[in-house]
Design a protein around this ligand. Structure first.
Ligand code: ADQ
Length: 473
């Protein structure tokens, strides 16, 4: 079975959010079952790593999308990666989606439609004469037009689209249709049209053979008006046709505190003295006061979805009850500034590192007692799983993947509403648990012994691939 995995991010080379971690781990876990290959845009940070890449095919220009070539490389462990080479579109500073000030690139429609149309050509055997795909697995709006380009060119290859976050849809003005070479009749309620705009994600929802999302709970939630982002009608239809499935993410094996080289002191369940040494290390690193109180960690993209404002409004209560807070993250300027203000007010109790740093994240999970996850919605969430492996009990809103991966009162705490009051209820339970060392340590043991192996999810994807291929495009 040959599978083309289409993703705009992968941890090996380029990372903005959780999709990059999934893209690095899932294809690797699938390799025992499939010939899985990845296609990725040739961003500056990617191409510099492959100066002598072998070119395997050329894509002709289409509408306003320039001609480009496709190179074939591999990761250090041999995972084949096709890289779409188009310096005009991808060789830029900043991140994959915008400039250094966080402004989206004005030609993101062309950048990701070019990516999707090239992936469709590759899948159908028109780029690499030695390879074509039996199935395409596209991820998020950036890849969502692959099934559409396949359909528009009459190629019947089964396709799966995974929605990692329905809130990001790739919306562009109607005029983009012409720029990306989409047929005029596709601007229709049963096509790419979404409230007079063009939605890349909707293209995927319409043209894919099957849809998945990253937890069963979120698969249900996106069929409701609250979390369906205006697409709940279409998603309900797909769900009723048994064409929408939730498959929970896993986490990779490097998330093991016994062997994690980044930690000040690696530790296993029961070695609470070493865990305390990590806590002291975090205090020192963030310039916090010496304390015997609990540390609450927050490792997240700093965006509204993650409930960072709820953390800010709970901060005083945490600090006055004797807790300390450490944060690492990057995101919306307002939230970054508000966190920095909180730090300036209480530098002894609130530590903030603005940035995206894996080592810092691991040290916070290892040194903290609790991890804050008051996400308004959370398709799956990865931090709560990392946190449990590192003995930091998550305090999470009962939504999406948080509801499935945190066992309330056993491996963490769930609260029911995304409000300060409800969140504080979870925080109070955490303080009470911290006051009883036996209970704290028994919860830590339960959390640390939980398995979040990718193998289970990979087996579900592999079974779904087979089923989708049998059903046909
Ligand atoms: N400053 C920082 N430094 C270091 N590490 C940082 C960091 N900020 C965040 N991280 C890490 O980045 C990852 C973020 O992944 P999440 O799953 O929590 O969210 P995201 O919203 O990006 O992903 C979307 O896709 C994923 C994948 O499907 C879903 O789990 C999720 O619910 C959905 O919103 C986590 O591994 C986190 O620890």
């Amino acid at each position: 079975m040959r599978v083309l995995f289409v993703t705009p991010e992968i941890d090996d080379f380029i990372r903005v959010g959780g999709l990059a971690a999934v893209s690095a781990a899932l294809p690797r876990a699938l390799r025992i079952w499939t010939d899985v290959r990845i296609i990725l845009p040739g961003y500056r940070d990617v191409v510099t790593q492959f100066p002598d890449i072998e070119i395997v095919g050329e894509c002709p220009a289409l509408a306003e999308m320039p001609a480009c070539s496709v190179g074939l490389a591999a990761t250090k462990d041999g995972l084949p990666i096709y890289i779409l080479l188009c310096p005009q579109l991808y060789d830029r500073p900043g991140n994959p989606y915008g400039d250094a000030c966080g402004r989206d690139w004005p030609d993101n429609d062309i950048r990701f439609a070019r990516f999707a149309s090239a992936a469709a050509l590759l899948a159908s055997g028109k780029l690499d004469k030695n390879w074509s795909a039996d199935l395409v697995h596209a991820n998020d709006w950036q890849a969502a037009l692959v099934p559409a380009y396949l359909a528009w060119s009459g190629v019947k290859i089964p396709t799966i689209l995974t929605i990692h976050n329905l809130a990001y849809q790739g919306l562009f003005p109607k005029s983009s249709l012409r720029r990306i070479g989409a047929p005029a009749e596709s601007f229709h309620i049963d096509g790419l049209e979404f409230y007079d705009k063009l939605s890349f994600l909707k293209g995927g929802l319409i043209y894919s053979s099957h849809l998945t999302t990253v937890s069963e709970t979120y698969a249900r939630e996106i069929t409701t008006p609250e979390l369906g982002c205006g697409l709940e009608g279409l998603l309900t239809k797909r769900s009723n046709e048994s064409r929408l499935t939730g498959i929970l993410n896993g986490i990779d094996e490097s998330w093991d505190p016994r062997v994690c080289a980044e930690l000040m002191r690696p530790f296993g369940a029961g070695d609470w003295e070493a865990k305390r040494a990590n806590a002291d290390g975090v205090r020192q690193q963030f310039g916090l006061a010496l304390s015997r109180g609990p540390i609450f960690g927050l490792v997240a993209r700093l965006v509204h979805q993650k409930g960072v404002d709820l953390v800010l409004s709970a901060a005083d209560a945490i600090v006055s009850a004797g807790g300390q807070i450490v944060v690492t993250g990057r995101g919306e300027t307002e939230l970054e500034n508000a966190l920095m203000d909180a730090h300036r007010r209480r530098p002894d109790a609130i530590g903030v590192a603005i940035g995206f740093n894996d080592r810092e994240a691991r040290r916070i999970f290892a040194g903290s007692d609790f991890t804050l996850m008051p996400s308004r919605f959370e398709p799956c969430g990865l931090s709560q799983m990392y946190a449990q492996r590192f003995g930091s009990l998550p305090i999470g809103h009962q939504t999406g993947g948080l509801a499935e991966t945190i066992v309330d009162g056993e491996t963490g705490f769930l609260f029911t509403q995304p409000s300060t009051e409800s969140f504080l209820g979870g925080i109070l339970r955490a303080f009470a648990t911290y006051g009883s060392k036996d209970r704290l340590n028994s919860m830590r043991r339960s959390a640390m012994s939980k398995s979040f192996s990718w193998n289970i999810s990979a087996a579900s994807y592999s079974a779904l691939y087979r089923k989708t291929i049998v059903a046909g495009a």
